[in-house]
Ligand binder design. Structure first.
Ligand code: ITT
Length: 194
């Protein structure tokens, strides 16, 4: 069994990572409480995922896994992107960020509301180079929030090919298609080739 220390402090992300990886033979150890918040001041998802994973390797001496995710909206020239957590300000809630996104897209027609979630997963090791993989989910941004599952921008993100938002899907349905699950499946392939 492969074991990694989890670098994410976001419980929603942690639950999704556990659900996907437990079926793939990877166990995740809790992020230790004594590790403080890691400043995510890189300007790319890769950079921030590396910062988070390295901080946990430094604190524990064990291999660590980090996820950094952004929502890239075409009509907003790729924003909020790497700033997705802080789109509506430093201490913004998920609801604040969703409201800011919907108001930024007011008057934009359905055909021009295309967007994608991109997740970068990094595994960092004490003694060798990190592994970096990504997963992408294409979709569009709805005109109002729908659904109670998931977190973040899920209530307004409609994956390509369907009508439901990610928040209207069950956790299993989201985990079958999500950006995060795709990155983690890719990670398992890369680990198997080493
Ligand atoms: P950690 O840094 O501790 O991992 P975080 O919440 O800061 O947690 P990110 O920087 O990766 O995580 O995520 C940025 C924001 O993007 C996050 O706050 C959510 O609003 C949103 N987000 C990430 N993954 C998402 C998903 O699967 N569905 C909907 N929104 C998501």
């Amino acid at each position: 069994m492969t074991t990694f220390v989890l670098a994410t402090a976001n419980p929603h992300k942690a639950n999704e990572m556990r659900a996907v990886l437990s079926g793939l033979g990877i166990e995740l150890l809790e992020r230790p409480d004594h590790v403080g918040e890691v400043e995510e001041d890189a300007d790319t998802l890769e950079g921030n995922a590396l910062l988070k994973a390295r901080a946990l390797v430094d604190a524990t001496g064990q291999p660590a896994i980090a996820d950094d995710t952004g929502l890239f909206v075409d009509a907003l020239e790729g924003r909020p992107g790497v700033f997705s957590a802080r789109f509506a300000g430093e201490n913004a809630t998920y609801a604040d960020n969703v409201a800011k996104l919907l108001s930024s897209l007011e008057g934009i027609t359905a055909a021009r509301r295309t967007a994608r979630f991109r997740t970068v997963v990094v595994v960092a090791y004490p003694e060798h180079e990190p592994l970096v993989v990504e997963g992408i989910l294409e979709g569009t941004i709805g005109v109002e929030p729908r659904g109670d599952h998931g977190f973040g921008y899920d209530p307004v993100f409609i994956p390509e090919g369907g009508e439901q938002t990610l928040a209207e899907m069950t956790p299993d349905q989201k985990n079958a298609i999500s950006h995060r699950a795709r990155a983690l499946q890719r990670l398992v392939e890369v680990l198997a080739q080493r």
